[in-house]
Design a protein around this ligand. Sequence first.
Ligand code: NAD
Length: 486
Amino acid sequence: MTHVALPELPASRTWIDGSPEPSAVAEAGALHDPNTGRRLAAARASSLEQVERAVGAAHAAHEAGIWRELGAEGRAPVLERFADELDALAEDIARLDAVNSGVPISVTRLFGGSNGDTVRDVVARSRALGDSRRLEADHGDVRLHREPWGATALIMPWNAPSAMAVKKVAYALAAGATTVLKPSPASPWSTELVVEAAHRAGVPAGAVNLVYGGGDVGAVLVADPHIRAISMTGSTPTGRAIAAAAAPNLTRLRLELGSNNPAIVRADADVEATAAALVSGAMKLSGQWCEAPRRVIVHDALIDDLVDALVRELGRLRIGSSLDEETTLGPVAFEARQAELESQLAALEAAGAHAIRVGDERPEGWFFTPTVAVAEHVDLDVEIFGPLLTVQPADDDAEALRLANAGHVGLAGYVFGRDEDAARVLGRDIRAGEIKVNGTSVLDMAPGSAQSFFGASGIGGHGDADVLDFFSGVRVVGVDRPGLPL
Ligand code: NAD
């Protein structure tokens, strides 16, 4: 195996109004290599005073109009330079993300290598959308203008650190918004490279600010009355806390949250192909993909064959360091993740599940042995977020659908069956934003795919157009129509 080395670790500096300044060593926590458990660096957190100044800088930059008044065309060259800077950083970002998240380097390279194109894509979208357009009106001049809301908080999870940071900041900047980013305390490093790249590309001072810390820092950031919009990706409990903090100011919200995604396996499914797709989906990002299949609901007649096939597929994984190029399943991101998975598995077993662990326990690092938990009933209202897949039987499609729609669902669903039309018809009734038939790939099924978050999985949509739309409002200005009756 080829073990890649880490680049120099970023210093986790707080960025305010275009300048970096030191962040204090956080009272609790340190950053570790999840592959070995070895301590790599102290955790750093911005002070609450720094958070306030970062928001103040974003607010002042918005008020001064230095970024928004450039218009989509004026912002485009800066964002294109930002994309080029990200291309140059792709490998460093991939290595830092692999060690911060436990996701194998072969996958973080895909994310790291596509960050530049994410920015180029949004530049093309915002140019096509334009800043304003004339509305059809039979009297005077009436125009619709797109206006960023103002200072925007961007709150990230740890499972795809740079991809989340880049997507959020690129779409916000393309819309003309000014921003304050806060990465997860577990995965701060690539975000600092992203923010440095934005400054090298020439974003004006105050347009991109960066603070570090956990929920306490995040809570102060989102409650600041100068924050006019919040885009957060993370867990449902955190989403609820953010929504509560946003309520007094009626801050605009976009929340991409969690879900215990169901996968229905119909009686006519191809067992081997289904098991291969389920394992591929459930183990992606070392089991830490928000849309991964989590709960398999399989027709009675197939359950034994499917479990056997799942175990065989899990046995083909190459479990190892996220920094090894041939690894297909790395560790989970940090120690508390491993502990939570163990306790979820213990709860399943206590409720009668039969757990099949595939592979040897590893003596060091935060590996969770990939596991299938087979049970008559799976009653877990909390999201599973790791290489643990539950399997339960259902008598027929109606029962499978009832089980699929029970509990914490809303992001994604899956249906497997040889009759793809029947599978699509069933998939239409799963309460989730994206339902895939006979596959578990990460990318959207069609360029026009735009999914909503159902239930407790969030507020807003997942499509690129939705995301761009989120960061601005529309303002209509025009000559009134005289002589109307009211
Ligand atoms: P998390 O909810 O623990 O943290 C997310 C972010 O919110 C972190 O930056 C955290 O510091 C911050 N935060 C915590 N409390 C806060 C508060 N009170 N106010 C403001 N900010 C606060 O989530 P996580 O463990 O980092 O990420 C994993 C979760 O993300 C999973 O639930 C997964 O399903 C979800 N996720 C969803 C999507 C999606 O597109 N829907 C994508 C990726 C991950």
